[in-house]
Design a protein around this ligand. Structure first.
Ligand SMILES: Cc1ncc(COP(=O)(O)O)c(C=O)c1O
Length: 445
């Protein structure tokens, strides 16, 4: 059975007993575009962008919602986000390039990263990036050198590590002091960074940024991070005479992957980010900066599902039944990386009772390549189309070619129409950039 809590709202079972999303029969999509296939419901993405904008605009008129494109960076997706009026976060030169190809307005792009290379920074500066979020003293030096050489004065924010532990998997906590990201508060490091940037001829320090982690359900960590940042803003104001115009309080709002998950709503999130900041700024007697938020997962996660084709079914008597699909860790590493939990159903048996306990395995040469351990689905057979919901964020984005698996195709569905937005890779793509051994014999292509 489908549950709209974890599937896009347009999801239904059609008269053929198939799963339908955005008016498209998922079994037909699998036949037409092949599997594994990422399917995004366009209206679900747009709705979520609007939900964010409404939640913030009903509380303040000085804000920006920035899509963290690392969650899923594709030209068409960035164009949707632009049409909806959001700004953009890129975390590497390639994501910036994708944004440029999408025609995303450069002045609304924020460039992140704890180790931006000289080449990436040059590319961003020469192509007019709106803001650089500087992460280290070395980066400040490099930025100054590059800006000086080009006669530029670049708007920047500083990434601060507020020393806050987010309640989430340790791999996606980023706000604790012991972190590779940003300027910590101990021994006045963050304050020193503000002083450095503020007095630079080539840098215009407009604000601060902090991102404490991802897939966060409770709002307490965000509140604490805001308070820490406001303390720093106050110190910087009193000791350096610097005024903070932008406060980017990061992304991080969690989503439901399973029925049991219970994340806060976008409204609750906006309340903490806007009211929490207003109250903290009022307490220190300083003007409230523009509130920037940077969600990734919560904008696109629920809008996307993955469709796989069932292949080998193996029963281990008395232990479990493995249902292997034609993808796995190369299109969704999250179960292996963070023990992430997912649900699934058979799209061609949407109305059949889900009474068979199985483990959904991938096709890669790793025993750990298990997508879902112990889930009840309709009785599976080879050829069924298995759908995993809530795969719109950090699945395709982290895809690899492990074991020589071409990366899947991605389609956008809306009102019964499906548009291919990322083509499936071919075997040819896998070797397109490889060169044979000099003097060796080339085989068939
Ligand atoms: C700096 C920064 N901003 C925003 C995000 C987006 O986080 P989420 O997808 O949890 O909203 C991330 C994710 O890791 C991040 O590192």
């Amino acid at each position: 059975m489908t549950h709209t809590l974890i599937y896009p709202n347009s999801t239904r079972h059609n008269e053929r007993g198939h799963l339908e999303i955005g008016g498209c029969d998922v079994v037909e999509l699998a036949e037409k575009f092949g599997t594994p296939l990422f399917i995004y419901d366009e209206e679900a993405v747009r709705d979520q962008c609007r939900r964010y904008l409404e939640a913030f605009s009903s509380r303040t008129d000085d804000f920006e919602v920035i899509y963290a494109s690392k969650a899923f960076s594709a030209v068409a997706m960035l164009q949707i986000v632009d049409q909806e009026g959001l700004s953009l976060d890129v975390s590497a030169g390639g994501e910036y390039h994708t944004a440029l190809v999408a025609g995303f307005p450069r002045e609304r792009i924020f460039f992140h990263g704890n180790n931006k290379t000289r080449g990436e920074l040059e590319y961003a500066l020469e192509n007019g990036v709106g803001f650089v979020v500087a992460d280290s003293f070395m980066e400040l030096d490099l930025l100054e050198e590059l800006c000086a050489a080009r006669g530029l004065r670049q708007k920047i924010l500083l990434r601060i590590t507020p020393g806050v532990h987010a309640e989430t998997h340790s791999y996606i906590q980023t706000g604790q002091e012991d972190s590779k990201f940003g300027f910590g508060l101990v021994e006045g490091i963050a304050l020193e960074a503000i002083r450095r940037a503020h007095t630079s001829e080539y840098l215009e320090l407009v604000g601060l940024h902090a991102h404490i982690g991802s897939q966060i359900f409770s709002m307490e960590g965000f509140q604490r991070a805001i308070e820490v940042l406001v303390g720093l803003i106050k110190d910087a104001h009193d000791q350096i005479g610097w005024s903070c115009r932008y406060l980017n309080a990061g992304g991080g709002l969690g989503i439901r992957y399973t029925e049991e998950d219970s994340p806060a709503t976008v409204d609750e999130y906006a309340e903490v980010k806007v009211r929490g900041l207003e109250e903290a700024m009022t307490r220190v007697g300083l003007p409230v900066p523009r509130v920037l938020v940077e969600p990734g997962r919560s904008l696109v996660g629920k809008a996307g599902v993955t469709a796989y084709r069932v292949g080998t079914i193996k029963e281990v008597p008395g232990i479990r039944t493995f249902v292997a699909v034609d993808g796995g860790m190369s299109d969704n590493i999250r179960p292996m990386l963070y023990e992430a939990k997912y649900e699934a159903m058979l799209a061609n048996k949407a109305d059949e009772p889900e009474d068979t306990l199985v483990t959904v395995a991938g096709k890669h040469c790793e025993s750990g390549d298990i997508l879902i351990r112990d889930i009840e689905i309709a009785k599976p057979e080879a050829g069924d189309v298995l759908v995993m919901p809530s795969t719109g964020a950090y699945a395709y984005a982290m895809a690899s070619n492990y074991n020589g698996n071409p990366r899947p195709a991605v389609v956008l569905v809306k009102e019964g129409q499906a548009q291919l937005i990322v083509e499936r890779e071919t075997y040819g793509d896998l070797v397109a950039r490889q060169r044979p051994l000099e003097g060796g014999q080339a085989g068939d292509r």
